[in-house]
Design a protein around this ligand. Structure first.
Ligand SMILES: [Ca+2]
Length: 226
């Protein structure tokens, strides 16, 4: 609580300040025609009262470089608008750099016998993607799959432009079950150069006595600029 002595001092100081200011400017401009003026509410408590007058009185006679508050507000608005423009430009640049493509198939396909011991392209499981910058690829693959026979192990990998992709993992066991199951894996392929690339899923079997099948499958490739 403010003391009575301090209050009296403040009021007297205020009268002095007000009298002096009234000689310098119309009192109406200081009081904003009697309405609340946030520029005068020096302690930002939502009310113009003796605390604001005290703050003013305590600095009476001080010198400094004046600021034009209207210019200051306009400058801040221009800065905000400039920042907003920058954000929009960055969003647009990111959208142009980010690219993706996906494919989907429900066709039932199978592999078996000796050819299945070597990597084969999985049909209808290939996408083309154009990178505007060197990127990291996220290769997301899912499939309903089953494998029958003695070995019962189906393996998949991703290739970029028909080459073994530098992925992590390099290859995975898609399934060892002779029942239809759904599986999904995400391969991570860093440092893929800008340009157009073809990403393909390949598959093979553990032994020539098995038969592998896939049906509903998806392949989604996302590029993150590096
Ligand atoms: Ca106040």
């Amino acid at each position: 609580m403010i003391s009575k002595k301090k209050l009296i001092t403040t009021v007297l100081a205020t009268i002095c300040v007000t009298s002096t200011l009234s000689l310098m400017m119309p009192i109406g401009s200081l009081l904003n025609n009697g309405g609340y003026d946030p520029w005068i509410d020096t302690n930002d408590d939502g009310i113009i009262n003796y605390q604001d007058l005290g703050n003013l009185a305590s600095r009476f006679g001080a010198f400094g470089a004046p600021i034009n508050k209207t210019d200051l507000i306009l400058e801040l608005q221009e800065t905000i608008e400039s920042l907003n423009d920058t954000v929009v430009e960055l969003q647009s640049a990111m959208e142009s750099l980010l690219s993706h493509n996906e494919t989907y198939s429900t066709a039932l396909i199978d592999i078996s016998g000796y050819p299945a011991l070597n990597w084969q392209n999985m049909s209808e499981t290939s996408v083309e993607i154009t990178l505007t910058a060197n990127s990291t690829l996220l290769i997301m693959f899912s499939a309903q799959a089953r494998v029958s026979g003695t070995g019962r192990r189906m393996i998949v990998r991703a290739t970029v432009d028909a080459n073994q992709a530098n992925t992590n993992p390099v290859e995975v066991i898609l399934t060892e079950s002779d029942e239809w199951e759904s599986h999904s894996y995400t391969f991570y392929s860093p440092n893929v150069a800008a340009g157009t690339h073809t990403i393909n899923m390949q598959w093979k079997l553990w032994d020539e006595l098995s038969t592998g099948q896939v049906k509903e499958r998806t392949l989604t490739v996302m590029a993150l600029p590096t």
